[in-house]
Design a protein around this ligand. Structure first.
Ligand SMILES: N[C@@H](CCC(=O)N[C@@H](CS)C(=O)NCC(=O)O)C(=O)O
Length: 213
Protein backbone atom coordinates (compact mmCIF):
# COMPACT_ATOMS: atom_id res chain seq x y z
CA UNK A 1 0.00 0.00 0.00
CA UNK A 2 1.42 3.49 -0.84
CA UNK A 3 2.56 5.65 2.07
CA UNK A 4 1.62 9.31 2.35
CA UNK A 5 4.00 11.45 4.38
CA UNK A 6 1.67 13.69 6.28
CA UNK A 7 2.02 16.78 8.45
CA UNK A 8 -1.17 17.98 10.16
CA UNK A 9 -3.07 20.78 8.43
CA UNK A 10 -0.60 21.05 5.56
CA UNK A 11 -1.43 20.32 1.92
CA UNK A 12 -0.95 16.60 2.55
CA UNK A 13 -4.32 16.87 4.32
CA UNK A 14 -5.79 17.60 0.87
CA UNK A 15 -4.36 14.27 -0.30
CA UNK A 16 -5.95 12.59 2.72
CA UNK A 17 -9.30 14.20 1.87
CA UNK A 18 -9.02 12.93 -1.70
CA UNK A 19 -8.04 9.42 -0.62
CA UNK A 20 -10.88 9.14 1.90
CA UNK A 21 -13.46 10.36 -0.60
CA UNK A 22 -12.02 8.10 -3.31
CA UNK A 23 -11.87 5.01 -1.09
CA UNK A 24 -8.14 4.71 -1.84
CA UNK A 25 -6.21 3.26 1.09
CA UNK A 26 -2.95 4.92 2.08
CA UNK A 27 -0.54 4.21 4.89
CA UNK A 28 -0.01 7.46 6.81
CA UNK A 29 3.51 8.37 7.95
CA UNK A 30 3.10 11.32 10.33
CA UNK A 31 5.74 14.02 10.60
CA UNK A 32 6.41 17.30 12.38
CA UNK A 33 6.91 19.84 9.60
CA UNK A 34 8.82 22.48 11.55
CA UNK A 35 11.54 20.08 12.71
CA UNK A 36 11.15 17.78 9.66
CA UNK A 37 11.16 14.82 12.08
CA UNK A 38 9.22 11.72 11.08
CA UNK A 39 7.27 10.17 13.95
CA UNK A 40 8.78 6.80 13.05
CA UNK A 41 12.33 8.21 13.09
CA UNK A 42 14.40 9.90 10.40
CA UNK A 43 13.88 13.12 8.53
CA UNK A 44 11.56 14.36 5.80
CA UNK A 45 14.70 15.54 3.99
CA UNK A 46 15.61 11.88 3.44
CA UNK A 47 12.31 11.46 1.62
CA UNK A 48 12.16 14.79 -0.23
CA UNK A 49 15.27 16.99 -0.49
CA UNK A 50 13.00 20.06 -0.36
CA UNK A 51 11.73 19.01 3.08
CA UNK A 52 8.16 19.41 1.87
CA UNK A 53 4.95 17.45 1.79
CA UNK A 54 3.09 16.03 -0.07
CA UNK A 55 5.08 12.87 -0.83
CA UNK A 56 3.60 9.52 -1.77
CA UNK A 57 5.96 6.56 -1.57
CA UNK A 58 5.17 3.33 -3.44
CA UNK A 59 6.06 -0.24 -2.47
CA UNK A 60 8.76 -0.38 -5.18
CA UNK A 61 10.50 2.65 -3.62
CA UNK A 62 9.45 5.21 -6.23
CA UNK A 63 8.10 8.49 -4.96
CA UNK A 64 5.57 10.97 -6.21
CA UNK A 65 5.92 14.54 -4.97
CA UNK A 66 3.76 17.61 -5.69
CA UNK A 67 0.36 17.70 -4.08
CA UNK A 68 -1.51 18.09 -7.37
CA UNK A 69 0.20 15.02 -8.85
CA UNK A 70 -0.53 13.01 -5.69
CA UNK A 71 -4.17 14.05 -5.76
CA UNK A 72 -4.53 13.33 -9.49
CA UNK A 73 -3.04 9.86 -8.89
CA UNK A 74 -5.64 9.23 -6.18
CA UNK A 75 -8.48 10.33 -8.45
CA UNK A 76 -7.42 7.89 -11.16
CA UNK A 77 -6.86 4.98 -8.72
CA UNK A 78 -10.34 5.10 -7.26
CA UNK A 79 -12.43 1.97 -7.76
CA UNK A 80 -15.54 4.00 -7.09
CA UNK A 81 -17.12 4.72 -10.48
CA UNK A 82 -18.82 7.79 -9.05
CA UNK A 83 -15.43 9.20 -8.09
CA UNK A 84 -12.94 7.93 -10.64
CA UNK A 85 -12.23 10.11 -13.68
CA UNK A 86 -10.52 8.57 -16.67
CA UNK A 87 -7.39 10.41 -17.87
CA UNK A 88 -8.89 10.11 -21.38
CA UNK A 89 -11.90 12.24 -20.54
CA UNK A 90 -12.28 16.02 -21.00
CA UNK A 91 -13.38 16.12 -17.35
CA UNK A 92 -9.93 14.92 -16.28
CA UNK A 93 -8.37 18.04 -17.77
CA UNK A 94 -10.89 20.24 -16.01
CA UNK A 95 -9.82 18.49 -12.81
CA UNK A 96 -6.14 19.21 -13.65
CA UNK A 97 -7.03 22.82 -14.36
CA UNK A 98 -8.53 23.22 -10.88
CA UNK A 99 -5.67 21.35 -9.22
CA UNK A 100 -3.20 23.72 -10.90
CA UNK A 101 -5.32 26.71 -9.93
CA UNK A 102 -5.38 25.58 -6.29
CA UNK A 103 -1.65 24.83 -6.31
CA UNK A 104 -0.46 28.06 -7.94
CA UNK A 105 -3.06 30.78 -7.46
CA UNK A 106 -4.21 29.81 -3.97
CA UNK A 107 -1.65 27.61 -2.22
CA UNK A 108 1.59 29.15 -3.49
CA UNK A 109 0.13 32.48 -4.58
CA UNK A 110 -1.49 33.30 -1.23
CA UNK A 111 -0.50 30.88 1.54
CA UNK A 112 3.18 30.78 0.57
CA UNK A 113 3.43 34.41 1.57
CA UNK A 114 0.90 34.92 4.36
CA UNK A 115 2.09 31.92 6.40
CA UNK A 116 5.81 32.55 6.11
CA UNK A 117 7.71 34.59 8.63
CA UNK A 118 10.10 36.10 6.11
CA UNK A 119 7.24 38.27 4.69
CA UNK A 120 6.38 41.58 6.39
CA UNK A 121 2.77 42.43 7.35
CA UNK A 122 2.66 44.94 4.50
CA UNK A 123 3.67 42.31 1.95
CA UNK A 124 1.17 39.84 3.43
CA UNK A 125 -1.65 42.39 3.08
CA UNK A 126 -0.68 43.15 -0.51
CA UNK A 127 -0.82 39.45 -1.29
CA UNK A 128 -4.18 39.08 0.51
CA UNK A 129 -5.48 41.82 -1.81
CA UNK A 130 -4.90 39.44 -4.74
CA UNK A 131 -7.48 37.01 -3.36
CA UNK A 132 -10.79 38.61 -4.51
CA UNK A 133 -9.96 38.30 -8.22
CA UNK A 134 -9.18 34.61 -7.73
CA UNK A 135 -12.28 34.09 -5.58
CA UNK A 136 -14.48 35.73 -8.21
CA UNK A 137 -13.38 33.11 -10.74
CA UNK A 138 -14.42 30.28 -8.43
CA UNK A 139 -17.59 32.15 -7.38
CA UNK A 140 -18.74 32.47 -11.00
CA UNK A 141 -17.79 28.88 -11.77
CA UNK A 142 -19.84 27.59 -8.83
CA UNK A 143 -23.06 29.14 -10.15
CA UNK A 144 -25.35 26.13 -10.51
CA UNK A 145 -22.68 23.69 -9.28
CA UNK A 146 -22.21 22.16 -5.85
CA UNK A 147 -18.57 21.25 -6.56
CA UNK A 148 -15.86 22.21 -9.03
CA UNK A 149 -16.73 19.50 -11.57
CA UNK A 150 -20.48 19.59 -11.10
CA UNK A 151 -22.48 17.90 -8.43
CA UNK A 152 -19.97 15.34 -7.25
CA UNK A 153 -16.96 15.91 -5.03
CA UNK A 154 -13.69 15.31 -6.91
CA UNK A 155 -10.01 15.34 -6.05
CA UNK A 156 -9.86 18.98 -7.14
CA UNK A 157 -12.40 19.73 -4.41
CA UNK A 158 -10.10 18.04 -1.91
CA UNK A 159 -7.45 20.68 -2.65
CA UNK A 160 -9.91 23.60 -2.55
CA UNK A 161 -11.48 22.28 0.67
CA UNK A 162 -8.05 22.21 2.29
CA UNK A 163 -7.59 25.87 1.28
CA UNK A 164 -10.79 26.69 3.17
CA UNK A 165 -9.63 24.76 6.25
CA UNK A 166 -6.85 27.36 6.58
CA UNK A 167 -8.35 30.47 4.97
CA UNK A 168 -9.57 32.04 8.26
CA UNK A 169 -6.22 31.42 9.89
CA UNK A 170 -4.57 33.06 6.84
CA UNK A 171 -6.95 36.05 7.24
CA UNK A 172 -8.03 35.73 3.63
CA UNK A 173 -11.59 37.00 3.60
CA UNK A 174 -14.12 35.37 1.28
CA UNK A 175 -17.28 36.49 3.07
CA UNK A 176 -18.38 38.62 0.09
CA UNK A 177 -18.68 35.51 -2.11
CA UNK A 178 -21.93 33.64 -1.39
CA UNK A 179 -21.18 30.62 -3.59
CA UNK A 180 -17.78 30.24 -1.93
CA UNK A 181 -19.30 30.46 1.54
CA UNK A 182 -21.90 27.83 0.68
CA UNK A 183 -19.25 25.62 -0.94
CA UNK A 184 -17.01 25.87 2.10
CA UNK A 185 -19.84 24.93 4.48
CA UNK A 186 -20.91 22.06 2.19
CA UNK A 187 -17.41 20.64 1.80
CA UNK A 188 -16.36 20.98 5.44
CA UNK A 189 -19.52 19.27 6.66
CA UNK A 190 -18.88 16.11 4.62
CA UNK A 191 -18.39 13.36 7.22
CA UNK A 192 -15.06 12.13 5.77
CA UNK A 193 -13.65 15.66 5.72
CA UNK A 194 -14.86 16.57 9.22
CA UNK A 195 -13.43 13.31 10.63
CA UNK A 196 -10.00 13.92 9.07
CA UNK A 197 -9.88 17.47 10.43
CA UNK A 198 -10.60 16.09 13.94
CA UNK A 199 -7.94 13.47 13.38
CA UNK A 200 -5.41 16.13 12.44
CA UNK A 201 -6.14 18.14 15.61
CA UNK A 202 -5.20 15.12 17.72
CA UNK A 203 -2.18 14.29 15.55
CA UNK A 204 -0.97 17.89 15.70
CA UNK A 205 -1.07 17.83 19.52
CA UNK A 206 0.79 14.51 19.62
CA UNK A 207 3.55 15.64 17.25
CA UNK A 208 4.02 18.95 19.07
CA UNK A 209 4.46 17.07 22.36
CA UNK A 210 7.01 14.82 20.71
CA UNK A 211 9.05 17.36 18.79
CA UNK A 212 8.48 20.94 19.97
CA UNK A 213 11.19 22.10 22.32
N1 LIG B 1 5.51 22.05 -4.62
C1 LIG B 1 4.99 21.42 -3.45
C2 LIG B 1 4.88 22.42 -2.35
C3 LIG B 1 4.17 21.92 -1.17
C4 LIG B 1 4.30 22.83 0.04
O1 LIG B 1 4.47 24.04 -0.05
N2 LIG B 1 4.18 22.16 1.20
C5 LIG B 1 4.31 22.87 2.44
C6 LIG B 1 3.18 22.46 3.39
S1 LIG B 1 1.57 22.95 2.81
C7 LIG B 1 5.61 22.46 3.08
O2 LIG B 1 5.96 21.29 3.08
N3 LIG B 1 6.31 23.43 3.65
C8 LIG B 1 7.52 23.22 4.36
C9 LIG B 1 8.68 23.93 3.76
O3 LIG B 1 8.52 24.56 2.69
O4 LIG B 1 9.75 23.89 4.37
C10 LIG B 1 3.64 20.76 -3.73
O5 LIG B 1 2.91 21.30 -4.57
O6 LIG B 1 3.33 19.73 -3.12
Amino acid sequence: MPTLFHAPFTCSLAARFAAAEAGVELEIEPLHLRSKNLAAGGSLYDVNPLGQVSVLSFDDGTKLTETSAVIAWIQVQSKDNDFRISPDSPEYFQMLRWLAFCATELHKGLFRVVFYKEATDEVKDRVRALAPLRFQIIEDHLNGRDYLLGNRFSAADAYLTWFFVLSDHAKVDHSAFPNLNAYRARALSRPTIAALIDDDRALDRRLKELFSA
